[in-house]
Design a protein around this ligand. Structure first.
Ligand SMILES: [Zn+2]
Length: 402
């Protein structure tokens, strides 16, 4: 079979999860024209005439996935020597690390990632040296360096504005080549004291000034924030997404709904800590409690109608690029999302947040991007570990088989 799906006219899907959050559809016939879906019909088996068709009647198809929060310069390994090396290594070493992580994403059906920054802006350089929007078919949105307060948390993923510079000025002067702005407005979650909230790094005036400048530059702003006050400042500034949002509380969730701001909960980070930290240590216990609390927040957010985009924070301890997407999907489901709704967080919602048009949804007029996994929806999300077929812009990334 050709590697070019564009030469085909039909795909028969045993099960279709379209990315809208709506229920799984059985036996669908997808028509293709010029690398776009031109029609989607019920009763696919009856409609086919046997020609120009990719028969995926024993497969579930869904849009390619999007991870809205990664750090490509770091691996999820728990080997501390490797982690220390990656934190300070030069571009010559890190570019291979980034390539490896990109391949891990692609092999798990991830078509796009939003990078949350690194101290030396290696990921920005990686993207600019490879030109264009895709990297071996992966769409890569980069922040360059994240911004944190002088002396505040976050130096390993970014830097502070110069001493005579405000946050807004720093954003304005460092926008070349980036796709979005990343600001850090709190510390990490405490792993020794459950529920301890860190102080905000920037006040509302500073944050708003930075978001306004980013808007003028046509860039969206992602804000790392945990705890009620840091999240409240981020939301009031008009940012586009709150990252993590541990212990942010229901008032902030209501603000998210009212202002249509996305939440990227990165719950798997806590489960990974739990799995990797010392068995008897207090940190392991607190990370488990943090996870449970975040799952409760996810449950409330769903009930209230908060828009959630799936992000893993891949590169964090135990959070591996690619495979963690399905771990985060599982946690969204533990937090009350149906499979279809969880997949929407990793497809349509991610596409909106990354500004990727015609992606994240399998519908008439959308680009032919999809993954196929063997078996029905009940095998998901685990079957994402064995992607049978990935099609990006009408081209098969692996061998086309039906
Ligand atoms: Zn991060």
């Amino acid at each position: 079979m050709s590697n070019n799906i564009a030469e085909l006219r039909f795909i028969l899907a045993g099960w279709l999860i379209d990315g809208s959050g709506g229920p799984v559809k059985r036996d669908q016939l997808l028509k293709i024209r010029n690398r776009l879906f031109s029609d989607i019909m019920d009763n696919g088996q009856k409609e086919i005439d046997g020609t120009d068709i990719l028969n995926l009647s024993r497969y579930t198809i869904l849009p390619c996935l999007i991870d809205s929060h990664v750090h490509l310069f770091m691996s999820g390994t728990n080997n501390q020597a490797v982690r220390r090396h990656q934190l300070r290594a030069g571009f010559r070493d890190i570019k291979d690390v980034i390539s490896r992580h990109i391949n891990q994403h692609l092999s798990h059906g991830v078509i796009a990632v939003r990078d949350g920054g690194d101290a030396y802006a290696h990921t920005l350089r990686y993207k600019s040296e490879r030109q264009g929007g895709t990297h071996g078919s992966l769409y890569l949105n980069v922040a360059g360096k994240a911004w944190h307060k002088p002396g505040g948390y976050g130096s390993f993923v970014g830097e502070a504005p110069l001493f005579n510079q405000g946050l807004a000025e720093a954003v304005a002067n460092n926008s070349e080549g980036i796709d979005h702005v990343k600001i850090i407005n709190s510390g990490l979650n405490s792993l020794t004291e459950f529920g301890k909230e860190s102080l905000p790094q920037f006040n509302l005036e500073e944050m708003k000034g930075a978001v306004d400048i980013a808007n003028i530059l046509g860039l969206r702003t992602m804000v790392h924030a945990n705890g009620r006050v840091p999240v409240k400042i981020a939301l009031k500034s008009g940012c586009h997404s709150v990252e993590h949002g541990f212990f942010m509380g229901m008032e902030n969730m209501q603000r998210m709904v009212d202002q249509d701001i996305f939440w990227v909960p990165t719950a798997y980070t806590m489960k990974a800590y739990y799995k990797h930290l010392k068995k008897k240590g207090v940190e392991r216990l607190v990370s488990r409690k943090n996870l449970d609390h975040q799952l409760e927040q996810i449950f409330q957010a769903k009930r209230m109608g908060v828009s959630i985009a799936l992000g893993t924070d891949a590169g964090s301890l135990g959070v591996h690029h690619g495979s963690s997407v399905l771990e985060e999907l599982k946690l969204l489901m533990e937090g009350g999302f149906s499979l279809e709704e969880a997949i929407k967080c990793a497809t349509l919602n991610g596409a909106w947040l990354l500004g990727l048009k015609r992606m994240g949804l399998i519908a008439k007029g959308m680009t032919v991007n999809f993954i196929a996994v063997k078996g029905g929806p009940s095998d998901l999300p685990d079957s994402l570990n064995r992607i049978a077929l990935m099609v990006v812009n009408g081209r098969c990334l692996n061998k086309c088989r039906g």
